[in-house]
Design a protein around this ligand. Structure first.
Ligand SMILES: *Cc1c(COP(=O)(O)O)cnc(C)c1O
Length: 393
């Protein structure tokens, strides 16, 4: 995998470049009129215009497809553009989708918007397998989820949910942003399509927005590509160049994120002010066995609740940290700290938030690549700041 991540997709040009070339060009020149006619008619392969294809974007796509074990990957302008493109290509009025309650907030909002176009959505609990079965109807076309979930690290059983999808003639679509193919390969477990926000770990350094769709050639090229090339939510070549270089170090980075995250999760669980820690590779995780079966490590996101905490105590923790970045983004070399109840999940009603387990005392960390002891020291500083704020009962 590590070798493929570094070598796939680059066909060296006449310049003999060692690093992958960046083709910043919107259009391409034809040898003669007949070649142009052949390309436009689809009789000959070749570049036409960067909305329909770009050599740098193609390197990224080939690399990601190989890493996910899919036949074809299609790059998009953002993670949301990837999800939108899957839905626009595969759904029509009258169709129904089943979606995990615990997906990225804008993904929930997107599926709700589809109601205007006659596509209905049932939201179900990610870890309640029978609920997915019950939610399926003869109009269900897609099942959509992320695993592990954000911020509580709940897992979806990919093998079980793929079986349910296929029994109902539907496709299982997995947002693999959190694990990336370095830790989890949903297609091998039965998923039909993988989507990504490359903005997170695939970049890994917080620089660019991008997304991708991976799956069978027949579906990705045959059904989804016609929407993307027409509607235009394509990835810029510059961003593709960033992401394809990101793929080269993805495996190393995901291992390092996961090792530090596990060590810090174990340490947090021993702290007197910490009520509960959420991390897939903690032995206390209720789906620990499933995590070991479908992910090769726990990933970079760790969440925890502070004891007797209202938002004030949680804010004191967040503001007490010196090294951690206060930002809602994740998947960066820099460790980030977020208070989900007032940021990423702030638009939910307090009841919906609590029902989903996003309490006022919940903190989400995206563990970066800094020194583990420095991170631990900073968490300790944050915990001390939270401790002097009077708790609530
Ligand atoms: C960030 C994110 C998205 C959306 O990606 P963008 O690149 O911001 O459009 C989708 N899914 C998950 C799990 C994410 O974290």
């Amino acid at each position: 995998m590590e070798t493929l991540a570094i070598h796939t997709g680059h066909h060296r040009t006449h310049e003999g470049e060692h690093s992958e070339p960046l083709f910043l060009t919107s259009s391409y020149v034809f040898d003669d009129a007949e070649q142009a006619a052949d390309r436009f008619a689809g009789r000959a392969e070749g570049n036409i215009y960067s909305r329909t294809g770009n050599p740098t974007v193609r390197i990224f796509e080939e690399r990601l497809a190989v890493l996910e074990g899919g036949e074809r990957a299609l790059a998009t302008a953002s993670g949301m553009a990837a999800i939108l493109s899957v839905c626009m290509a595969l759904l029509k009025a009258g169709d129904h989708v089943v979606v995990s309650q615990s997906v990225f907030g804008p993904s929930v909002a997107l599926f709700q918007m589809f109601a205007r176009f006659g596509v209905s959505t049932s939201f179900v609990a990610l870890d309640d397998v029978p609920a997915w079965e019950r939610a399926c109807t003869d109009r269900t076309r897609l099942l959509f989820l992320e695993t592990p979930s954000n911020p509580l690290c709940v897992l979806g059983d990919l093998v079980a949910l793929a079986a349910i999808a296929h029994r109902h003639g539907a496709k299982l679509v997995v947002d693999n942003t959190f694990c990336t193919p370095a830790l989890q390969r949903p297609l091998a477990l039965g998923a039909d399509l993988v989507v990504h926000s490359a903005t997170k770990y695939i970049d890994g350094q917080g620089r660019a927005l991008g997304g991708a769709i991976v799956g069978e050639e027949r579906v990705v090229t045959g059904e989804i590509f016609p929407f993307v090339r027409t509607a235009g939510p394509v990835m810029s070549p510059f961003n593709a160049w960033i992401f394809l270089k990101g793929l080269e170090t993805l495996s190393l980075r995901m291992k390092a994120h996961s090792e530090t995250a596990l060590a810090l999760a174990e340490w947090l669980a021993t702290q007197p002010l910490v009520e509960r820690v959420y991390y897939p590779y903690l032995a206390s995780h209720p789906q620990y066995d499933l995590a070991r079966a479908q992910q090769s490590a726990g990933g970079g996101v760790v969440s925890f609740t502070l004891k007797d905490a209202d938002a004030r105590r949680a804010f004191a923790f967040v503001d007490g940290c010196r090294l951690l970045s206060r930002t809602a983004n994740l998947g960066d070399t820099k460790t980030t700290v977020t208070h989900p109840a007032t940021t990423t999940h702030g638009r939910l009603t307090p009841e919906a938030r609590r029902a989903g387990g996003v309490e006022d005392g919940l903190i989400r960390l995206s563990i970066g690549l800094e020194d583990r002891d420095d991170l631990m020291a900073d968490l300790e500083t944050g915990l001390r700041a939270a401790a002097v704020v009077e708790g609530v009962r």
